[in-house]
Design a protein around this ligand. Structure first.
Ligand code: ARG
Length: 466
């Protein structure tokens, strides 16, 4: 018989059983469910709602079930629909009728909310740690490539040369914001819904604060109706995860381009690439492509949850059971993607001579020539026009700006002197950008050390977050 079978005269249709059940996926919450039940039952005992002996028997029963779950010996069935009733049924089978006291003053509505809070809390920490590991890999490469210069692109056209470290540090900054978003959202995750009951609270003299403290929560939901129907924290979690995927997909795209024959800026490690079943010469960047591809499913989960929540009346509705699979899949996707991206970055080889060659072509120093003319008193707009014409001339002559003779320069501007050549040198072009956050060596070194310090600070914050 079902745990709720009292008022029913018929057995559940098998189609309903299969359609309604969530055990196939919410078994992922077994540990959280048992942990929450243990805290609940201790509180019931401490508040005199059940006896000490009953408390201990239930705790022992739950510990045994947890052991079975860990050993993979727990048998879940769709007959008992979800993880909550499967565990309660196992408890009753294990210790007898007294197991039926576990659910005193509690509903599956506040129970499932509690489980999800515990789950997202744990995964927020694990994901943040994985991002820190990726940042570490990026910082290590950045440290090695302060003096490696490549073209920076806008519109995927060569724009201005930059240090490779500078390029990598841009990603460190993106992931730093992601870590901060996880930290910021944490206070809404670390809030305890238990004690809300089904909707309106409970008639038993429960101590909500005690449960929250035992589970390490920093606050309590202050409205029982909100407690059982709030899924904002899941939307927030999925949205932070979506931005992480945005950043991973942008980095993936660059790795795919950079490792192509056309660019040849990096060589991805053989251990992280795959071959073609037909074309023997192929070495494909499947992993960054897959990360880029998997971004779509994470966005999809965010949109699906927003849509599930839209216009949903208070309070619990079965629609809310749909919140789980997307969250679980997102966690799996992000963990796999972050781990592999860190490995790809750590093991990639950088072709600095190719990068440098490209940085020296394509007039990436044209802005510097214009800035030089500004230094000679010419308004920037006029200087821009002069250099534009010079570039056109050089394209026709198949030269770089550095190859032009002084006589040629003078046809466009008599103000240009011998000192122009050093201003057009790649290293000087890069190091002239000394503005804060620019690509000059002193700025890049400063940012590098700031980012390392922030990484350590975040590591500290995350390890003490609850
Ligand atoms: N499996 C359900 C879910 O995930 C648990 C809560 C069920 N509550 C209820 N009143 N039917 O949402």
């Amino acid at each position: 018989m079902k745990l709720w079978g009292g008022r029913f005269t018929k057995t559940t249709h098998q189609w309903v059983e299969a359609f309604n059940a969530s055990i196939g996926f919410d078994k992922e919450l077994a540990e959280e469910d048992i942990e929450g039940s243990m805290a609940h039952v201790k509180m019931l005992g401490a508040c005199g709602i059940i006896t000490e002996e009953e408390t201990n028997r239930i705790l022992e029963g739950l510990a045994n079930i947890r052991q079975k779950v860990r050993e993979g010996k727990a048998e879940f069935t769709i007959e008992h629909e979800d993880i909550h009733m499967n565990i309660e049924k196992m408890l009753i089978d294990e210790i007898g009728e007294v197991g039926g006291k576990l659910h005193t003053g509690r509903s599956r509505n506040d129970q499932v909310a509690l489980d999800m809070h515990l789950y997202v809390r744990k995964e927020t920490v694990e994901l943040a740690v994985k991002i820190l590991e990726l940042q570490e890999a990026l910082l290590k490469q950045a440290e090695k490539h302060v003096d490696t210069i490549l073209p920076g692109y806008t519109h995927l056209q060569r724009a201005q040369p930059v240090r490779f470290a500078h390029h990598l540090l841009a990603y460190v900054s993106m992931f730093e914001r992601d870590v901060e978003r996880f930290i910021d959202s944490f206070k809404r995750v670390n809030c305890c819904p238990l004690g809300a009951g089904a909707i309106a609270g409970t008639t038993f003299p429960v101590d909500r604060q005690m449960v929250a403290e035992a589970l390490g929560f920093s606050s309590l939901y202050d409205n029982s109706m909100d407690a059982v129907s709030d899924r904002d924290y899941l939307v927030e979690f999925l949205s932070v995860c979506s931005l992480v995927m945005v950043h991973l997909s942008r980095l993936s795209e660059e790795l795919i381009l950079w490792s192509s024959e056309e660019f040849q800026y990096v060589i991805l490690d053989d251990a992280f690439c795959t071959g073609s079943s037909m074309m023997p010469q192929k070495k494909n960047p499947d992993i960054p492509e897959l990360i880029r591809g998997k971004t779509g499913r994470v966005f999809g989960h965010l949109m699906a949850l927003l849509t599930t929540l839209k216009a949903l009346p208070l309070t619990y509705n079965k629609d809310l059971q749909e919140d789980k699979e997307g969250v679980f899949d997102t966690v799996r996707t992000l963990k796999g993607s972050l781990r592999l991206m860190a490995a790809l970055i750590e093991t990639m080889e950088v072709n600095h001579s190719k990068m440098k060659r490209h940085a020296g072509q394509g007039f990436a120093n044209a802005t510097d020539l214009a800035d030089y003319l500004v230094g000679k008193g010419i308004p920037f707009r006029k200087a821009h026009e002069i250099v534009g014409k010079l570039v056109l001339y050089a394209i026709h002559k198949e030269k770089t700006l550095n190859d032009c003779t002084l006589e040629e320069f003078h046809r466009f501007s008599p103000e240009i002197g011998e000192d122009v050549y050093s201003c057009l040198e790649l290293e000087n072009v890069v190091d002239a950008r000394k503005s804060e956050g620019g690509t000059a060596k002193e700025q890049v070194l400063k940012t590098l050390s700031n980012k390392m310090a922030t990484l350590e600070k975040h590591r500290e914050t995350i390890s003490n977050i609850y």
